[in-house]
Design a protein around this ligand. Structure first.
Ligand code: HMG
Ligand code: MG
Length: 326
């Protein structure tokens, strides 16, 4: 349990940079990008792509120096067929000096499969909405925590790092608005299970900046802001504004997806995750460092879009590419 000696959230509201200062080699404050395209992006694509193409995507993203890539998801292949090759993905990935690979795991079976494949890090995923929990992982929130407790116990025995997701932090496609107090309580339960980072998921992409700030203030009064990340889908085009609001509140970890791939199979209306290219443009423009090779990232976004036969949808990526052609 996190002891509330100093309310970090209210302090960080006034001086977030002092609290979370983490300098890159370039001397600028560092913001960590967690690239979720190979999982959150591809899990929602109608066109099934080959294992080779998936691995090529992860290799290209690794070459861009992205610090964390969510590469796989050990869920039921009947529920999400696009992730059925996750064991082969993790087995094929070589350790990288610059990049950690992580995988979604919902239950003990998933954990065993992830461990056998050689995964070193997992992410459990729950929700702040009962209805979404039922639709997404076929159980109530309380039951999901019984599963997570078994999964995290095993993961710790196997020395695996554990990340956590809370979905529907602003609204649920079935229940509507979700209270920030409920999100704080679910996040705290995940933190208490040993998750080193909790990612707050705006699963259907409806958040606006003031709601985002309110949410982060509430959740960071329950767990340290250093242990929080944000995960925005861009359904209403507000993701960049919400990330800016999050940064102002002291958040220093942002999930995003190359070329804005993504969605959620159990959240009707959820469009892609915010594009990594757009997030990096925002953060570098604000004076932060991400360590990411932007031209290589744009090439990767264009390449995967062509593989999926879809238009390249990152605005920053399109502009950077057009400029490079002059
Ligand atoms: P269930 O049907 O209740 O599970 O599904 P079960 O224990 O009754 O097992 C049914 C069958 O699935 C059995 O096989 C199990 O062996 C198999 P059968 O005997 O019928 O042949 N099974 C598994 N197979 C492989 N890996 C496993 C596994 N577990 C059971 N881990 C379950 C429960 C959780 C498995 C299912 O509901 C499921 O897979 N759900 C995943 C849904 C999902 O992946 N959603 C997208 C990810 S969440 C997301 O995108 C949001 C996020 O991005 C944040 C945000 O945006 O908010 C993270
Ligand atoms: Mg998502």
């Amino acid at each position: 349990m996190y002891t509330r000696i100093i309310p970090i959230s209210s302090f960080s509201r006034f001086c977030p940079k002092i609290l979370t200062r983490n300098l890159s080699s370039a001397g600028r404050d560092f913001i960590k990008i967690v690239e979720v395209g190979p999982r959150d992006g591809l899990q929602n694509e109608k066109k099934l792509i080959s294992l080779e193409t998936k691995l090529e995507l992860i290799r290209r993203l690794t070459k861009c120096n992205i610090p964390v890539i969510e590469a796989a998801s050990f869920v039921s292949p009947k529920w999400v067929p696009q992730m059925a090759d996750s064991s082969n993905v993790i087995k094929a990935l070589k350790d990288s000096q610059s990049t950690k690979y992580t995988s979604l795991v919902p239950n003990e079976k998933g954990l065993e499969l992830a461990y056998s494949a050689g995964a070193k890090e997992i992410a459990i995923f729950g929700a702040a909405s009962e209805a979404f929990s039922q639709k997404n992982i076929n159980c109530s929130i309380d039951k999901s925590f019984e599963n997570f407790s078994k999964v995290t116990k095993l993961a710790k025995q196997f020395n695996m790092a554990i990340r956590g997701y809370v979905s529907c932090v602003i609204a649920c496609p079935y229940e509507g608005k979700i209270s920030a107090d409920v999100v704080a309580s679910v996040s705290e339960r995940m933190y208490d299970l040993g998750c080193y980072e909790i990612s707050l998921g705006d699963t259907i992409g409806v958040a606006t900046p003031d709601e985002t700030r309110n949410l982060i203030r509430k959740v960071s009064s329950a767990i340290p802001i250093e242990n929080l990340a944000v995960h925005f889908h861009d359904t209403y085009g507000q993701a960049i504004a919400n990330i800016y609001a999050s940064i102002l509140e002291g958040i220093r970890v942002v999930d995003s997806s190359v070329a804005g791939l993504g969605g959620c199979p159990y959240a009707a209306g959820a469009s892609g995750n915010v594009a990594t290219e757009d997030v990096v443009y925002l953060l570098e423009g604000l004076g932060y460092s991400t360590g990411i090779d932007v031209p290589a990232l744009v090439d990767t976004g264009r390449w995967i879009s062509s593989q999926l036969e879809r238009p390249y949808s990152s605005k920053a990526g399109q502009a950077i590419h057009a400029k490079s052609q002059k």
